[in-house]
Design a protein around this ligand. Structure first.
Ligand code: UD1
Length: 366
């Protein structure tokens, strides 16, 4: 079996790592295309090096642009590569513009398409990711779902027959790195955004257009972070840095110290050592949950609703509307009991992905 994985943005590289490892341990051929949607070294190269992902077989160099420009450039580049390689499966990850482009490229060439992280829904149609994931699910021949709830969403949309529950590959990578950190197999991170890690601190990230693109809203959220009574390490995504510059807003203010996005093991260490996380990232909400750190999510909804159980995650769409003490108490709340269930699987999802692709490929060619 030949499988082409298509990735482009930082969270997809994290998900690719365990899948590439599972393929390397099999007899199957696995090729990787990087669209180049993310190109800064600390959003891309660092993950290949650190997580041991083989260099991509093709890099499309798509870069930044409008949704149409980015998606169209990836679609054109992918068509040529897929025509040359004619894989048994095109495997796409998550919900970015690279995901949608690869889904379109595959179905137009009538190549079997598998979607990893299928069935997630925010039900917020203002999010570009919601369109990307719904369209990809409905185009795909095989839907690899991370959770029971994702399976229910797919069944509700008439897609049950194409859906398989495999678990979440992010558990594979996150818990593996956590174990390496706890066993001292990873060089120790000393500071986060210039902060001393021996003192309590909060890890924060913001990158969703809904939070960064309106200057007044971004200013209010930054003020809320600035008012927290412990230092805040704001690991600034380039979209946030670009938006703040455009709006003439300072990111560093009050309690906030600014740092660059971290490589994966450093992020895991930063979260493990923190009092709390404040974010609008889907991946970081789940990493905080898996690492046992309370998370506050600056959004009206989450695709990862299981993280809300027992108060591990809390949705606060408008932090600036809360009284400052209420906001601080919420962010710095003591977590409840450790989660009793593992809604995201057992850390062996990637191996299951390879097995399901192989058995389904042989079914369709039999
Ligand atoms: C993309 C995904 C989002 C995912 C996020 C993870 C879409 C629609 N969005 O959002 O689902 O949560 O990745 O990070 O696909 N930039 C750089 N260097 C880079 C990449 C981006 O400077 O290497 C800047 C550019 O100004 C660019 C902006 O960040 O315009 C946004 O990048 P883009 O890839 O369009 O979207 P993200 O916000 O990263």
């Amino acid at each position: 079996m030949r499988v082409v994985s298509v990735v482009g943005a930082r969270p997809q590289l994290v998900k690719l790592a365990p899948v590439a490892k599972a393929f390397a341990a099999s007899d199957h051929e696995h090729l990787v295309v990087h669209t180049g949607q993310h190109y800064d070294p600390n959003l891309s190269d660092v993950f290949f090096q650190e997580l041991g992902i083989p260099a991509p077989d093709r890099h499309l160099g798509v870069g930044s642009g409008s949704h149409a420009e980015q998606t169209a450039a990836a679609l054109t580049g992918l068509e040529a590569f897929l025509q040359e390689t004619r894989p048994d499966w095109v495997l796409v990850y998550g919900d970015t513009n690279s995901t949608l482009a690869a889904a379109l490229a595959a179905v137009k060439l009538q190549l079997p398409l598998a979607h990893l992280e299928a069935g997630l829904r925010s039900f917020n149609r203002a999010m570009p990711e919601e369109h990307n994931r719904v369209l990809t699910d409905h185009a795909a021949d095989l839907l690899l779902a991370p959770t029971e709830l994702a399976m229910k969403h797919l069944a509700g949309e008439g897609l049950a027959e194409r859906s398989v529950l495999v678990g979440d590959v992010m558990v594979d990578v996150c818990l593996g790195i956590r174990d390496d950190v706890l066993a001292g197999r990873i060089p120790t991170l000393t500071d986060v955004a210039g902060l001393d890690r021996d003192q309590p601190y909060v890890v924060a990230t913001l990158h969703r257009p809904a939070n960064t693109d309106d200057p007044a809203r971004l200013d209010q959220i930054l003020d809320a972070l600035a008012a927290l009574p412990v230092p805040v390490a704001l690991l600034a995504h380039p979209r946030l840095v670009a938006a703040a510059q455009r709006h003439g807003l300072a990111l560093a203010r009050g309690s906030v110290s600014v740092g660059e996005p971290l490589a994966y093991a450093a992020l895991v260490q930063a979260v493990l050592g923190s009092r709390a996380v404040v974010t609008d990232s889907g991946g970081l909400q789940k990493e905080a949950f898996l690492l046992g750190t309370p998370c506050t999510t600056v959004r009206t909804e989450t695709e990862w609703v299981e993280t809300l159980d027992d108060g591990w995650n809390a949705l606060v769409p408008d932090p600036h509307l809360l009284d400052r003490k209420e906001w601080a108490d919420l962010v710095l709340r003591e977590p409840g009991a450790a989660p009793t269930s593992m809604p995201y699987g057992d850390g062996r999802a990637a191996r299951r992905v390879v097995d399901v692709l192989a058995s389904t490929a042989s079914d369709t060619t039999a």
